[in-house]
Structures are given as C-alpha cells and as structure tokens.
Design a protein. Structure first.
Length: 153
C-alpha cells in the first residue's frame, strides 16, 4: 500500500534567471568555456535561486541539512567565450522524498539560442548523520509559495 506524503510533489516551478559574465580563466584550449565550468554556473544559479526565496545557508544549517548534487546530465549545444554575459535559467521540476530534480538552460544574454541544457538531481542530506532524508516541508512550501500569484497585485 502506498502512503501519500506531503514530501511527494511533482511541481512545475517558476523559472529563476541569473546572469554572469564569463571570465578568461574559464576557457579551454580552444578558447571556449571549459565544459566542467558549466557545472559551477549551474550550482551558482541553484544557490542564488534558493537565496532569492530566503533559503540561505544559515537557514539550511538551522534545519540541519543541505542540498548536495548527486547526478547531473548536460547537453552542450553551442559555445560561450570570455566576455560573454550568460543567462542561467533554473527551475525545480520535482521534489520527492530526499530528491529534488532541477532543470537548467544557459543562453547568451539577449539571444534565444540555448547553449547548454541540464538536469540535476539534488539530495537533501542531514548534516549530522550525513545521510539523505526527506526534504523538510518548510522548504517545499517556500518553493511552492514562490509559484503562487500575488493576490495584492
């Protein structure tokens, strides 16, 4: 028998967009952003998205947990070079038990062509036990509230 839980949610979250400028030391031998650097961009976007919702590292410490990236799949479609300003878009696709599935797209600012797409699995980990545990309801609620229309508008 399946038990329904408040921690089992398929969600389609609003997209969060941040911008960053590509730095020269992030280039590979061909003069393009090194593929490994894109993961740093994605992690930064996830952190900024959480902080935008008030979910800072301090708040995570209060909850005795942290999100850690467990798996990532990226598709590289086009190149970026030093000096480009990139828009990194991210959103949560699903939160289930200890896992959150986060999607990403990277574009050059002002350009509709996608450079990179990615899907990452993040796991909520208890900082004391260093083991995965269900994402706290307060975190799920914070992400869901960001999707609610502002009734005061």
């Amino acid at each position: 028998m399946w038990k329904t839980s408040v921690y089992l949610r398929a969600i389609a979250m609003q997209k969060f967009i941040t911008q960053l400028r590509v730095r020269y030391h992030e280039m590979d031998a061909l003069g393009h952003v090194n593929n490994a650097v894109y993961q740093h961009y994605l992690e930064q976007a996830a952190v900024e998205h959480s902080e935008h919702l008030g979910l800072t590292m301090e708040r995570y410490k209060e909850l005795n947990g942290v999100f850690l990236m467990r798996r990532i799949e990226m598709e590289y479609l086009r190149s970026a070079v030093a000096g480009d300003t990139l828009e990194v878009t991210t959103w949560l696709q699903e939160m289930r038990g200890p896992r959150a599935i986060r999607r990403y797209e990277i574009r050059k600012q002002g350009d509709d062509q996608i450079l990179v797409t990615a899907e990452a699995t993040w796991v909520w980990v208890d900082m004391t036990a260093m083991r995965p545990k269900a994402i706290p309801k307060v975190l799920i609620d914070a992400f869901e509230q960001a999707n609610q229309p502002n009734l005061a508008s």
